[in-house]
Design a protein around this ligand. Sequence first.
Ligand SMILES: *Cc1c(COP(=O)(O)O)cnc(C)c1O
Length: 368
Amino acid sequence: MTERINVTRSSMPPYEEYIEAIKPLWETHWLTNMGTYHKELEQKLAEYLDVPRLSLMVNGHMALELAIQSFDFPEGSEVITTPFTFVSTTHAIVRNRLEPVFCDVKEEDGTIDESKIEELITPKTVAILPVHVYGNVCNVEEIQRIANKYNLKVIYDAAHAFGVKYCDKGIGNYGDVSIFSFHATKVFNTIEGGAVVCKTTEMYEKLYNLKNFGIRGQETVISVGANAKMNEFSAIMGLCNLKHVDEVIEKRMQIYGLYKERIGSISGIRLLKDERKGSNNYAYFPISVGDDYYYSRDDLYSVLKENGINVRKYFYPLTKDLSIYADKYKKTDLKVAQVLSSKVLTLPFFEEMDKDIIDRIYNVMSED
Ligand SMILES: *Cc1c(COP(=O)(O)O)cnc(C)c1O
């Protein structure tokens, strides 16, 4: 019986390393509330990601939800965003009582189609919320130009883009704010976790209040904050994983190379945007199943599954087609997003993958 291959496998540091690192907690009993390790990870990550400062959060979703909340947009304001994303992106807008306005994406890389943003702007528009999907860098220059022209905020969901550099700068420097996810399935993880990039002290303070009930002293509460703090066990996991992340990305790069050679040679299968604007963090291996391929996308999904290979239709359906959102928001032209979403599959991708696994996947996919 051959082993089932999962689509991801969380990175973990050597067991002894983590156990050694958490030992001091049994002396201090300081487990959360912006402890030593929380502080240390905020500094080390800001350095690694090449951003001025960041605020750690309990997960990427709360990072996005609170980042949006920090702007105090009027209720019912419109946010131009993409439906080709994880549902968290759309939920974060809606949970802030704002209206998502869905913009189409580009077929080559799945990022928002900047040429279609302007036509969606109305007097109610307050922000653009694009996603660096699969770590592909959005057209940040054009998006900023539009935002400046109409006085809009730019909020990037950079959940997939850990460590990505663009024009010699960390990707988190673009827009007014960016958020990262450190979920177990991402390239870098703190088990659950996330962060908001803060370009100003004011932003950092605002997010501090939002993630800690607005508490600023034993008898002082200055705002209606939530609780979205990262605990010390997670922060230590992050510090341990951070030591190995370059090595992890290096390994993923090699797997990507092998994958590209094999899967990229199959006629009718296209790799999503191999030539990139920014650096690659090798977070995902998305493919697009063409009409000229032997199987349809859904059939290929099933055939792989029957052969013990778990893949994902990442992202299908579009968030705006989920029953909770269908027909709720402004109708917009999403032709490309619909097509892409009907063709895309993400293949298994984790650092311990070897050539044999890739060959197994190749053999199933190239069989006809
Ligand atoms: C993972 C992810 C999130 C949410 O992050 P969590 O840490 O899982 O809460 C948001 N947006 C995108 C695009 C993601 O992939």
